[in-house]
Design a protein around this ligand. Structure first.
Ligand code: PLP
Length: 420
């Protein structure tokens, strides 16, 4: 490895890194530039980005159309507060998201990060009941294997065991975290649970189709249809956290659309700006919104992140939606799915491999125990790939613009490491 750049040496004692034991972690890789499906390191090496920058850069890094939109907006107004003021990028984006979202998911509340969008969705659900004069709907029902963010309320609805927040058990309010209704028996169990507890449940919260950070766990669309039926039968709200699955990752623009299920609230972030700027949204149905529509000021949603609907981020998101509009991404996701299935299949023979699975542009090799993340990252980088395993899973979520050779670089790196 080439010399560590001066800025990294000087800043490293001061920058507290994410999900990192600062004492033992190897140094991070210094990135000089990003382009398409590649990260270009300070020493000139190029790595194919197997993660799309934490699942954000769906159209590839530094896309010229998105960059131009952000530059044009930067020259006009980098930020305009949404309290009492309006600007074109946010209002245009809200109308477009409402049009793209299924059913009556028509009311878009912006924030800056996924976790905060989840917090807002939870707050909307709690206040939905309060505004309707219903008391006692104070808890949430979420699922084992789930991940919804790192802020305090979002942590309470993550899987308490598998998740990263086990240390805080007993500190945070307990929610109901149960098995997904993957078959008739678990469906009946959830039905029975709700029959006993629905009066205290504000909403059911789930990542549709793929539980991402909890281990890239897939479930059938029938699970989502069961959840919709159960939510309706027991009169609780249904929140889909599409922060990972939204914007094409599973093969449909939103996972819920492919499943034919409309939630009451949907959260979006990650790929919303095509990986350019932080932005998130909680999109509420007309029914949810109407519970806040009142002459009573106390019935309003009292939330307003300072940078909500930032014009640069909204310009990026509008430009990203332009790129989705031509529909070419569907073919790209199908091509990537086929390439992942073929390229990862040989890993089934690897020692310690318990499963290989692919859904949309998500490829997973699951091992029988947690892997040495830092060590594996280093080996993948030597093989020209940026891949960062999570717990027991080595996974690929590449940008949709990745070409076949770059995809082969990624799957070859995984095969090389897994097959040893
Ligand atoms: C990443 C993620 C979040 C949290 O988003 P941040 O922007 O990191 O706060 C929430 N839910 C899901 C499903 C995610 O994948």
């Amino acid at each position: 490895m080439a010399e560590i750049p001066d800025w990294l040496a000087k800043g490293a004692p001061h920058l507290w890194r994410p999900y990192t034991q600062m004492k033992t972690a190897p140094p991070p890789l210094p990135v000089a530039r990003t382009e398409g499906a590649r990260l270009i390191l300070e020493d000139g090496r190029q790595l194919v980005d197997g993660l799309a920058n934490w699942w954000t850069a769906c159209h590839g890094h530094n896309h010229p159309h998105i960059r131009a939109a952000v530059e044009a907006q930067l020259a006009k107004a980098p930020h305009v507060m949404l309290g009492g003021l309006a600007h074109e990028p946010a209002y245009r984006l809200a109308a477009r998201l409402a049009a793209l979202s299924p059913g009556e998911l028509d009311h878009v509340f912006f924030a800056e990060s996924g976790s905060v969008a989840v917090e807002i969705a939870m707050k909307m659900a709690l206040q939905f009941w309060i505004n309707r004069g219903v008391r006692g709907r104070t808890r949430f029902l979420s699922f084992l294997g789930g991940y919804h963010g790192d802020t305090l309320a979002a942590m309470t609805v993550c899987d308490p065991e598998e998740g990263m927040h086990g240390l805080f058990a007993g500190v945070l309010p307990a929610q109901h975290v149960l098995p997904l209704p993957i078959d008739a028996a678990s469906d009946a169990a959830l039905d029975a649970f709700l029959a006993a507890h629905a009066a205290e449940v504000a909403a059911i919260l789930v990542e549709p189709r793929v539980q991402g950070a909890g281990g890239m766990l897939f479930h059938d669309d029938e699970v989502l249809r069961r959840l919709r039926r159960l939510a309706d039968a027991h009169d609780v709200l249904l929140i889909f956290d599409e922060i990972f699955t939204g914007f094409g990752r599973t093969g449909d623009l939103f996972a819920c659309q492919g499943a034919g299920v409309v939630p009451d609230i949907m959260t979006l972030s990650k790929a919303l700006t095509g990986g350019t700027l932080p932005l998130s949204a909680a999109v509420a149905s007309r029914r949810v919104f109407e519970a806040f529509w009142s002459d009573d000021p106390a019935a309003a949603l009292m939330h307003g992140p300072t940078y909500m609907g930032n014009p640069l981020a909204c310009a990026a998101a509008n430009a990203s939606l332009d790129l989705f509009e031509d529909g070419g991404w569907r073919g790209e996701v199908a091509r990537i799915a086929a390439g992942l299935a073929e390229g990862l299949a040989p890993c089934r023979q690897g020692a310690g491999v318990v499963d290989v699975r692919v859904k949309g542009a998500i490829g997973v090799v699951e091992m029988d125990g947690p892997v040495a993340v830092g060590e594996l990252c280093r080996r993948f980088a030597e093989l020209g790939a940026w891949i960062r395993p999570m717990g027991k899973v080595i996974y690929l979520t590449p940008p949709f613009v990745i070409d076949d050779q770059e995809l082969e670089t990624l799957t070859r790196a995984v095969r090389t490491v897994v097959l040893g």
